[in-house]
Design a binder for this molecule. Structure first.
Ligand SMILES: Cc1cc2nc3c(=O)[nH]c(=O)nc-3n(C[C@H](O)[C@H](O)[C@H](O)COP(=O)(O)OP(=O)(O)OC[C@H]3O[C@@H](n4cnc5c(N)ncnc54)[C@H](O)[C@@H]3O)c2cc1C
Length: 454
């Protein structure tokens, strides 16, 4: 057995990229300067916001408890998907009003081109590939729900079309699904290399990036025009602070963590068999099954595939995870995988309504959370809005579409996590039973099913 906590501490399967070490004089400079903005957290959100603020001429420091990419940004499954997932355009309009919803959806729809363009312009080496993304389902291709989903995507200003089994087979080497939604502008990126590349860009632009520096306390009052932040390296003075510390925010940033429910998602990379897997995800378009028990697959390179699941308990059997993931691959692609090469987990912050949250945590201290598992694309436009707010743009302005709110804690987050896990476990059991039935009808040889699920 292995605990979820242990998997969260396992190194991410993405190859580590070495960072230039922080200069020795960094610490004294940190105390000597009054920054325009101090950003907590060197993940994709914090670093892209830092780059944007630095390009606006602001003096920026980024404080990171670990290293850039330590947390979700360096541990995720790398799909660049801006489309809204649970909350669609109508929910957004209801929550934020029509103008904000339109501005937010408009920005999200531009995100893939903007993000991949940014990677090219900055010369970041992170295997970025704008090859589309597939969202298949077991529904028959003639089911009217496909059209409803497509219309919902179009209402969110996302380019998408429905593709049927034959085309899906050509793209993925799988005939398992009757149809899928194809979002051609989406893509994938090596998240750890991307995050480390962002960190290097920050340093090049003159941002102070302090690794191993923990934000310990938020200001209780404002000192003249400045705020004083307590850190593990002593006090830091700034005009504005932004917490981009996500769902695992700790110590002084912990307030932000209370605005979302914390889940862990488990990822695994497998070696592909030497023969018989040539057609598996041959066009390198990632695939995410839209059911509650997410099934997602992506070819890493010519020899490996990445997949994963949402664990439904905190104590897990490595063997059971392995069996479950292999069964999925066999069902979808009809191949038996070779070696499990890496297994790790990462944290995800889920907000109850699936909407991102921009929060006023203290005087001149903002926080952003609620990536809901799609944070690569969602945090990218956020960088502009966070930098604009740090530069004193009026929060009410519609150019920052996410409304600035005061902190509302998620009510009973553990119950929320428990209920979600139960629902996922039930869905997983249903699929196991369904596969058994399929195997017995075919009199076939489906891999041994187990009623236990991880
Ligand atoms: C397994 C997994 C798969 C995922 N798959 C996808 C995907 O395919 N597509 C997608 O778009 N999104 C995906 N996500 C979500 C995505 O990874 C996140 O939304 C995104 O990385 C969030 O970036 P961030 O910068 O906001 O937070 P993080 O990357 O979590 O960074 C926060 C940083 O804050 C630091 N920190 C915390 N507290 C303090 C403190 N007190 N002082 C200083 N520093 C502190 C942490 O060390 C951390 O480095 C996935 C997430 C996981 C875990």
């Amino acid at each position: 057995m292995i605990s979820l906590a242990a998997l969260l501490a396992e190194p991410s399967g993405w190859a580590p990229v070495t960072l230039v070490p922080v200069e020795s004089q960094a610490c004294s400079t940190l105390h000597d300067t009054v920054y325009d903005v101090v950003i907590g957290g060197a993940g994709i959100t914090g670093l892209t916001a830092a780059i944007h603020a630095a390009r606006r001429g602001m003096q920026v420091a980024v404080l990171e408890a670990g290293q850039p990419g330590t947390s979700a940004s360096g541990r995720n499954s790398d799909f660049v998907i801006p489309a809204l997932s649970r909350a669609g355009r109508p929910e957004l309009e209801h929550a934020w009003g029509a103008a904000r919803a339109a501005a937010f959806c408009g920005s999200l729809s531009e995100t893939p081109n903007e993000l991949f363009g940014f990677v090219r312009k900055e010369g970041l080496s992170c295997s970025a590939c704008q090859n589309g993304w597939l969202q298949p389902d077991q529904l028959d291709a003639s089911d009217p729900l496909w059209l409803t989903w497509l219309q919902a995507l179009h209402a969110g200003e996302v380019k998408a079309r429905i593709i049927k089994r034959d085309e899906l087979n050509m793209l993925t080497g799988s005939t398992h699904y009757p149809a899928a939604l194809y979002l051609p502008e989406d893509g994938q990126i090596d998240p750890l290399a991307f995050t480390r590349g962002l960190a290097a860009t920050c340093k090049r632009l003159g941002c102070m990036l302090m690794e191993g520096c923990v934000l310990l306390d938020l200001p209780r009052e404002q000192l003249h025009r400045h705020v004083r932040l307590e850190t593990s390296h002593g006090p830091v003075f700034t005009c504005r602070a932004i917490l981009a510390t996500n769902a695992t925010s700790c110590h002084g940033a912990g307030k932000l963590a209370t605005a979302a429910m914390l889940f862990a998602l488990l990822l695994a990379s497998y070696d592909l068999p030497r023969t018989g897997a040539e057609e598996v995800l041959q066009q390198n378009v990632p695939l995410s099954d839209s059911s509650r028990d997410m099934w997602f697959f992506r070819r890493l390179d010519s020899t490996r595939l990445i997949t994963g699941l949402l664990p439904t308990t905190s104590r897990l059997s490595r063997e059971l995870i392995d069996i479950t993931l292999r069964q999925r691959i066999e069902r979808v692609f009809g191949i038996a995988l070779a070696r499990l090469s890496a297994l790790w987990a990462g944290p995800i912050g889920i907000t109850p309504r699936g909407l991102p949250r921009l929060l006023q945590l203290a005087p001149n201290v903002l926080g952003w959370t609620g990536c809901n598992g799609r944070g690569i694309a969602r945090s990218f436009p956020m960088r502009r809005w966070l930098a604009a707010l740090a530069a004193d743009a009026p929060a009410e302005s519609v150019s920052v579409p996410v409304p600035l709110q005061s902190l509302r804690r998620v009510h009973a987050p553990r119950i929320g996590v428990w209920i979600t896990r139960k629902l996922v476990a039930a869905e997983r059991q249903r699929r196991v039973k369904e596969s058994r039935r399929g195997a017995s009808v075919a009199g076939g040889h489906a891999v041994a099913s187990t009623t236990n699920t991880p």
